[in-house]
Design a protein. Sequence first.
Length: 133
Amino acid sequence: MSKARQELDSLIRRSRGSAAGAPPFSRVWRAAVERQRQRRFRRRLLLASASLSAVVLLVVLLVLAPDSRGPAPRFSDAASSEAVELALALSDWRAPLDFLLEPPGGGLLGFDLRAAELQIPDDLPTLGFEETL
């Protein structure tokens, strides 16, 4: 037998001896599943407790926090009339280049032809043009 073969046989014998002391696979598998279940439970419990504490903290802060807005501002009659005048001035404002948004001939589109009927008098001279029908 060669030296390499002897070493291989020696390794095989040692590995069989260590395999005899190993626990059965089913027991290892059950333990792994149980550890995973416990980790999942702990993770969910941690998430639930963190969420609950965040909600409680938010409620406490909302209840105990002072109102930082302060009292509502009061305007005098002079100030309110100035505000009304300013609002009216702003509402009448037109953009300086607003005419560029209108289409060419847009004024003609809204023109009422019935209002523009010409009243031609009957006594006008024909100027040499005869009516030809």
